[in-house]
Design a protein around this ligand. Structure first.
Ligand code: AMP
Ligand code: GLY
Length: 415
């Protein structure tokens, strides 16, 4: 059978690999993919939703997996599903759990799901006035999708005011219609991914992302500079997270007429009072996918089929008893501006454990073409050995202006 994966980053590369491991799969296409993914899988550019549908019909695609939130927010899953295709991604309406922070907060409030206290502001003045009701630090979030740039943890009033000004007004960089002002939660962060079929779910492994650009969690937030999976310290909270967070979300989404089918990403803060939701995403994380998916032993076609056709609770999910550590190599300057076009030096045969994001083809081979360039994943029987493998591999890959964190998997801030 043939599978189409929509997206073009390391996450989609890992998804392609996960499908390719299934004996049922004869061909994996990635749209648009990138020059690195194209070394292993067929990448195709399709400019719009009708062309994707046309391709699926003419190529007899069995299943479409949509990776990035933008395509889901644009309603690609609804569009393809309406034409009779099997699609693994939530509907546009269900994806509001990610695409509107206000929607997600109100829903959690209504369902009694533990999360930070919040205030919804629709104007600059409302947001400024609301600040007096929150202690510092305070968290300011743009309501809509902002490519990872919509959240500021403000440690001073002036930082909070600047973040609010960025969200509203013609001068504002984000030009958003609303802001959520939120209580700061302290604790440690972890993510849990649930495979959902609209009604039931199975939670998978915990992963931990490293969002800040520099070691020791310093500097601005990025899309993610590295991750590891699983996180044994989080296991004691699994049942509570399932009972108090995931199950109530699925129940309220269904009763609202927008059942959640697909992968639900729960971004959590483990606080002294227990796990609380920082955010929901309607997709796999990047680079979390690169460390979660290589550990899945169950046939991924069967897993996705169960989510699509409503029998996920009957699936027996199995994972490798191993740890995966992923380290992102980025272009110096990211998440701000950076230079591109530098040749990436590595062995042509070097494919295992590398997931490509911001790369392009040139007459000299692969060159850098984005902020996050690639993610290198090591798998071992412990966090230490997986880390060692990832960093040893990374030493064999070079490009000018490369930067990466040297402390992925070294946090020790569990409560
Ligand atoms: P988000 O995009 O909502 O995941 O936010 C990005 C990052 O901001 C999170 O990974 C947290 O590190 C931080 N953050 C968001 N909300 C809060 C909160 N209420 N308290 C503390 N940190 C937060
Ligand atoms: N790595 C965080 C995300 O994908 O949202």
């Amino acid at each position: 059978m043939k599978i189409l994966i929509v997206g073009g980053g390391g996450r989609e590369h890992a998804v392609a690999e996960c499908f390719a491991r299934s004996e049922q799969v004869t061909q994996v296409y990635v749209c648009p993919g990138n020059a690195g993914i194209a070394r292993q899988y067929k990448c195709i550019s399709l400019p719009d939703h009708p062309s994707i549908l046309h391709f699926c019909k003419s190529e007899d695609i069995h299943m479409v997996f949509i990776g990035p939130e933008q395509a889901i927010a644009e309603g690609l899953s609804d569009y393809l599903e309406a034409a009779g295709l099997a699609v693994l991604a939530p509907s546009k309406q269900a994806a509001m759990l990610e695409t509107s922070k206000m929607f997600a907060k109100d829903l959690m409030n209504k369902a009694g799901i533990p999360t930070a206290k919040y205030f919804k502001a629709f104007t600059l003045k409302e947001a400024f006035d609301a600040l007096s009701g929150f202690a510092l630090p305070v968290v300011i979030k743009a309501d809509g999708l902002a490519a990872g740039k919509g959240v500021t943890v403000a440690f001073s009033s002036s930082e909070a005011l600047a973040a609010i000004s960025d969200i509203f007004g013609s001068e504002g960089k984000l030009n958003n219609v609303g802001a959520v002002i939120e209580e700061y939660l302290s604790g440690w962060e972890v993510s849990l991914f649930a495979f959902c079929d609209g009604e039931e779910f199975q939670s998978t492994l915990f992963a931990q992302d490293h969002k800040q650009i520099y070691d020791n969690d310093k500097g601005p937030n990025t899309g993610g500079m590295g991750a590891f999976c699983p996180v044994p310290e989080a296991e004691v909270y699994r049942k509570q997270i399932e009972d108090e967070i995931i199950r109530p979300v699925l129940k309220i989404m269904k009763s609202n007429g927008a059942p959640y089918k697909g992968i639900l990403y729960c971004g959590l803060m483990i606080t002294k009072e227990g796990p609380k939701v920082i955010e929901f995403n309607c997709r796999l994380g990047d680079p979390e996918a690169e460390v979660l998916l290589p550990l899945i032993e169950t046939d991924f076609v069967d897993v996705c089929t169960a989510m699509i056709y409503g029998n996920i609770s009957e699936m027996k999910l199995q994972f490798k008893k191993a740890t995966a550590v992923g380290v992102v190599m980025a272009s110096k300057g990211y998440p701000g501006s950076f230079e591109k076009g530098y040749p990436i030096l590595m062995s042509e045969l070097d494919k295992e454990g590398i997931y490509y994001s911001g790369v392009a083809a040139s007459e000299h081979g692969l060159v850098t073409a984005g902020g996050r360039v690639l993610c290198i994943v090591g798998i071992g029987d412990s966090l230490v050995s997986a880390r060692d493998k990832a960093y040893a591999h990374l030493k064999n890959i070079e490009f000018e202006n490369a930067c990466y964190r040297s402390d992925i998997g070294l946090r020790n801030n569990y409560l």
